[in-house]
Design a binder for this molecule. Structure first.
Ligand code: SAH
Ligand code: SF4
Ligand code: F3S
Length: 477
C-alpha cells in the first residue's frame, strides 16, 4: 500500500513519529518520559494531554528514547501502513526493553483502541495499552505496571473531552498551537476506522476552549487551530454562565467568532470541515473576521456520486460543488484543500475520471491523496469487496497526484508578484539564514532573515517566485 501526499505541514500523517519534548528545568531523579506520536493533529493534541497527566506524576520529558524510563507511542489506525509503521517502531523499542527490563512500553491512541487486549498478546513487550478516552487512568495503570502486571483501559466515553486538563505544549514553537474542540465522530463513512477508535462525537465546553485560547494569547501565541473530525457539527448545549437557568446553544460559527474576538493579533484556523455540514453562517463568519484564516479543508474523497454513496459520505457531487461555489462567492480568495481516496471498492474508470474532473473544477490548493486501504470492522470491509487491483489503485493515485501538483503550482504561481502578510513561525528547515511562515491561505513562504524580524511577528513579504510547494520572497520595504 502506498500513500503519497502533496502536503502542507499540518495534516494527518504528515507528522509521523515525532518525539515530543518540552524545555523545563530538570528535577533530580525524575522518571524520564518519551512520547512519539503518529496520525492526525488530534493525536498530537492528545499527546499533550498525556504529557500533562504524566508530568503531574513526576515524570519529565526526554527526546531520546534510549534514556527513557517509559516510552509511549500514540498510534494511528487510519490505513494499514500507518499501523505497520507503529509495529516497526515497537520492535525497535523492544531492543531497549531487552536491555532494560524495567523500561515501561505503552501504546496509546487509535491502534490501542482497535486492537485492545490483542495488543498485549501480539506484542509481548508492551506493558500498557490505553485508548483515547482513558488517559486520566494512566497514573493507576502505571501503578499496576509497577506491581508487575500488564495494564489496559480502552473504555470509550460519551462525555470525556479532557476540558479541564491544560495541555503541556510539546515541541512548541511558542507561536502556533492546537485546541481540540470536540472528540469522536458519528458519521460512519464506510471506509473509516475513526468512529470505532474514537467513539461517539461530543463537543467540548466553549468556556474551556475560550479560556485555553485566551491563555495561549496571553502567553504570546499568535495562532490557534481548532480541531475536530467534523468541526461543523460542533454543538454545545449548556447553561448560560451569567444566568444559570437559561440554556444556551453554541454552534461552530458562534464558537469560531468567540475565539476570533479574543484578539485581532490571534489567528484562527480550523480543521476538518465536512461538506455535508459546512454552513453559509460559517463562511460569513470567516469573511467577517480578518484573523480567521481563509483556508478550508473540505475532504471530497471522490468526485462520483455513486462512490460517495458507497462511502456513506451523505452528499452528492452536486452538493459538494454547491459548497465550493458558496465558498468561492462568499470568500473569493479562500484556499480549499481536500482528501482524496483512489480505488475505493468497485470504483470504475469513469468514476475515477469524475474525481479528476472535480479536481479540475475546484483547482485545490492542496490535496492529501491515499489509495484505499481496507480497515477491519468498517462497513466497507463487511459489505463491499476491495476489488480494485493494487496496480490500478497505484496508477489512479499517481494521476491524482500529478494533477494536484499542477494545481498547487498554479495556485502558488498566482501569488508571485504580490505582497502577502505572514506570521513568521521560525527559521527555514534548510537554512538558518532564512525565515519561514504562512500566509492566510496556509501556503509556506521562505524569505531571507533580516534584522529585527523574529519568529512570532507578522510581516509583509513580496513573493518573487515559487517551487512546487513553497513561495519564496523578501521582506517588503
Ligand atoms: N474527518 C475527516 C477525515 C479524517 S481521516 C473527514 O471526514 O474528512 C483523514 C483522511 O484519511 C480521510 O479524509 C480519508 O481521505 C483518508 N482515509 C480514511 N480512511 C481511509 C482508508 N480506509 N483508506 C484510505 N484512506 C483513508
Ligand atoms: Fe472518518 Fe467520516 Fe468521521 Fe471523517 S467524517 S472521521 S472520514 S467517519
Ligand atoms: Fe489516525 Fe486516529 Fe487520527 S486513526 S487519523 S490517529 S483519529
Amino acid at each position: 500500500m502506498i500513500d503519497l501526499q502533496l502536503t502542507d505541514k499540518t495534516h494527518d500523517e504528515e507528522r509521523q513519529g515525532e518525539a515530543l519534548i518540552i524545555d523545563a528545568p530538570k528535577a533530580l531523579n525524575a522518571r524520564k518520559l518519551y512520547i512519539e506520536s503518529y496520525g492526525c493533529q488530534m493525536n498530537f493534541a492528545d499527546s499533550e494531554i498525556v504529557a500533562s497527566i504524566l508530568l503531574d506524576q513526576g515524570f519529565e520529558t526526554t527526546g531520546n528514547y534510549q534514556e527513557a524510563d517509559a516510552i509511549f507511542i500514540n498510534t494511528c489506525s487510519i490505513r494499514e501502513n500507518a499501523e505497520q509503521r507503529v509495529r516497526n517502531r515497537l520492535s525497535q523499542f523492544g531492543i531497549e526493553k531487552r536491555k532494560n527490563p524495567k523500561l515501561i512500553v505503552g501504546v496509546l491512541g487509535c491502534m490501542a483502541e482497535r486492537l485492545k487486549s490483542k495488543f498485549l498478546e501480539e506484542e509481548k513487550l508492551v506493558d500498557v495499552v490505553v485508548g483515547p478516552d482513558a488517559y486520566r487512568d494512566l497514573p493507576a495503570l502505571l501503578e499496576q505496571v509497577g506491581e508487575g502486571q500488564k495494564a489496559i483501559n480502552v473504555l470509550l466515553s460519551r462525555e470525556e473531552t479532557y476540558a479541564d486538563i491544560s495541555p503541556v505544549r510539546l515541541n512548541g514553537n511558542g507561536i502556533t498551537a492546537f485546541i481540540s474542540i470536540m472528540r469522536g465522530c458519528d458519521n460512519m463513512c464506510s471506509f473509516c476506522v475513526v468512529p470505532f477508535t474514537r467513539g461517539r462525537e461530543r463537543s467540548r465546553d466553549p468556556h474551556s476552549i475560550l479560556a485555553e485560547a485566551q491563555d495561549l494569547h496571553e502567553r504570546g501565541y499568535k495562532e490557534v487551530t481548532l480541531l475536530g473530525q467534523n468541526v461543523d457539527s460542533y454543538k454545545w448545549k449548556g447553561s448560560d454562565q451569567a444566568d444559570d437557568q437559561a440554556e444556551t446553544v453554541v454552534n461552530f460559527a458562534q464558537l469560531l467568532e468567540k475565539v476570533a474576538l479574543i484578539s485581532p493579533e490571534l489567528r484562527v484556523r480550523f480543521s476538518t470541515s465536512h461538506p455535508k455540514d459546512i454552513t453559509d453562517e460559517v463562511l460569513y463568519t470567516i469573511k467577517k473576521h480578518d484573523n480567521i484564516c481563509n483556508n478550508i479543508h473540505l475532504p471530497v474523497q471522490s468526485g462520483s456520486t455513486r462512490v460517495l454513496e458507497l462511502m456513506n459520505r451523505t452528499y452528492t457531487r452536486e452538493w459538494y460543488i454547491n459548497r465550493v461555489d458558496a465558498i468561492r462567492s462568499i470568500i473569493p480568495d479562500c484556499a480549499i484543500s481536500t482528501d482524496i481516496i483512489a480505488g475505493f471498492c468497485s470504483e470504475t474508470e469513469e468514476e475515477f475520471q469524475e474525481t479528476m474532473s472535480m479536481m479540475d473544477y475546484v483547482d485545490y490548493d492542496f490535496a492529501f491523496c491515499f489509495s484505499y486501504s481496507e480497515r477491519p470492522g468498517t462497513m466497507a470491509a463487511r459489505k463491499l469487496e476491495d476489488d480494485v487491483p493494487e496496480e490500478v489503485k497505484k496508477r489512479r493515485l499517481k494521476e491524482i497526484l500529478l494533477k494536484q501538483q499542477e494545481s498547487s503550482r498554479k495556485r502558488l504561481q498566482e501569488s508571485v508578484g504580490k505582497t502577502v502578510r505572514i506570521l513568521v513561525e521560525g527559521y527555514s528547515k534548510k537554512s538558518d539564514l532564512d525565515l519561514c511562515g504562512r500566509n492566510d491561505q496556509n501556503a509556506m513562504i521562505v524569505f531571507p532573515a533580516v534584522e529585527n524580524v523574529k519568529p512570532g511577528q507578522y510581516v509583509n513579504v513580496v513573493i518573487e517566485r515559487c517551487t512546487s510547494a513553497t513561495l519564496l520572497g523578501r521582506i517588503a520595504d
